[in-house]
Design a protein around this ligand. Structure first.
Ligand SMILES: Cc1cc2nc3c(=O)[nH]c(=O)nc-3n(C[C@H](O)[C@H](O)[C@H](O)COP(=O)(O)O)c2cc1C
Length: 383
């Protein structure tokens, strides 16, 4: 196939925009290592990919300013150490310049070429350089694979300048279901959770259920008994106040940091959601769940403006709406839930009025706390 190349030199594209946009490509993280004249070299790299199956080949791209770049070129052999999720420190250490990179990093030398292979890496692929064409500031190393091995575990991920871990869809799904089980009090507060009952009731893998319970313990929704069993933690007014304050802190941070460059479409969407909440309150056939659905879309939309998936996740995890169940249905929510705070918040976002927006967050947080308090007290002070 002929490559289609532009006839004239294209106009220079803005580098900052390019960096910001290209960061949307999620990748793993590797450390490229080599050895030359008895000295070890290594650099963190995310520009790594498999290239060919027949013969097995890899490619990776290194900046020509990197000392590892020159060492790989001269040694003609290198290892791609694919990092595991607990190797963030290793990624940081090899992501800067320094002569001490291998200090305190356990490793052995590969059979082929004697290049460093890092202990604890998820996989290691040793390659011999076949070609190294240049592209802009970087060289692309085409390497023929001569050694490869993998270990069990999960990869370290890299996305938009931040390290993270991959969460499997099945694992996330199990977490959401176990959380709902706990908040819906399918096992009462203080009773032992039967993991096999959860596994069969939720049609989830035992490992995923266990991991979900460990996560929920960190969130304070589940505690461990002296016998090691998990039990739903009782929710008190103090606990719920704490969560609402945490949510308010996140929203205030997003408002303070992003109000200047919020997408007008998002602001319109939030305005529309706040108005729709008013219609639900006026509609006798609408349920509290319908109202809360709009409410949570509003808040999640605002937090998503932070551009941080981690923050969105933390925000979602501070929600305990599911726990109120029947308690709320007995309460006249139409008269008690005042959506006008959110109407004011949407207007303040539109006007880029930080003080007014933060004041609205404070006022609906007070309201949410009061509403939760009524629900908790209607059940004797502990849910
Ligand atoms: C997550 C991450 C990914 C990186 N990816 C690359 C890459 O693909 N290619 C590259 O040349 N540098 C990459 N770097 C930057 C180098 O690791 C960094 O410039 C290092 O200081 C080079 O060290 P050296 O000069 O000792 O080789 C990355 C850094 C980090 C933290």
């Amino acid at each position: 196939m002929e490559l289609n190349t532009a006839p004239a030199a294209p106009a220079a594209f803005d580098q900052d925009v390019f960096r910001q946009v290209v960061g949307h490509f999620a990748s793993g993280v590797a450390v490229i290592t080599t050895a030359l004249n008895g000295q070890l070299y290594g650099t963190t790299a995310s520009a790594v990919s498999s290239l060919s199956m027949d013969p097995p080949m890899m490619l990776m791209c290194l900046n020509q300013a990197s000392s590892t770049h020159d060492a790989v070129g001269q040694a003609g052999v290198y290892a791609i150490n694919i990092l595991a999720e607990d190797q963030r420190d290793v990624a940081l250490k090899f992501g800067r310049k320094g002569a001490d990179k291998f200090d305190g990093v356990p490793h052995r030398l590969s059979i082929h070429g004697g290049v460093p292979v890092l202990d604890g890496a998820l996989a290691t692929i040793t390659c011999v350089v076949e070609e190294a064409p240049r592209g802009g500031t970087h060289s692309v190393f085409f390497g023929r694979v001569v050694e490869a091995e993998a270990a069990p575990g999960q990869p370290l991920a890299y996305y938009r300048g931040t390290f993270g871990r991959l969460e499997r869809v099945k694992e996330l799904d199990a977490y959401a279901k176990v959380r709902q089980w706990i908040l819906g009090r399918r096992t009462g507060a203080g009773e032992d959770l039967d993991i096999s009952e959860l596994v069969s009731g939720l049609r989830a893998e035992p490992d995923d259920v266990f991991n979900a319970l460990v996560k929920l313990s960190a969130e304070g929704l589940v505690t461990r008994t002296v016998c090691g069993a998990f039990t739903p933690a009782p929710i008190t007014v103090a606990f719920s106040d704490n969560l609402y304050d945490g949510r308010a802190t996140i929203e205030i941070g997003v408002i303070a940091g992003k109000i200047g460059d919020l997408d007008p479409e998002l602001v319109n969407e939030l305005t529309g959601l706040a108005e729709a909440m008013g219609r639900k309150r006026a509609d006798a056939s609408a349920s509290l769940q319908d109202f809360l659905e709009l409410h949570s879309r509003f808040h999640q939309g605002l937090v998503a403006a932070s551009g941080s998936a981690q923050l969105e996740d933390s925000y979602r995890r501070l929600s305990i709406a599911g726990v109120w169940g029947e308690a709320w249905n007995d309460i006249d929510w139409r008269s008690r839930l005042d959506h006008s705070h959110l109407v004011r918040l949407a207007a303040a976002l539109k006007d880029k009025d930080t003080d007014a927006a933060i004041a609205s967050v404070h006022s609906y947080t007070v309201q949410a706390k009061q509403f939760a308090k009524i629900a908790i007290e209607s059940r004797g002070g502990i849910v």
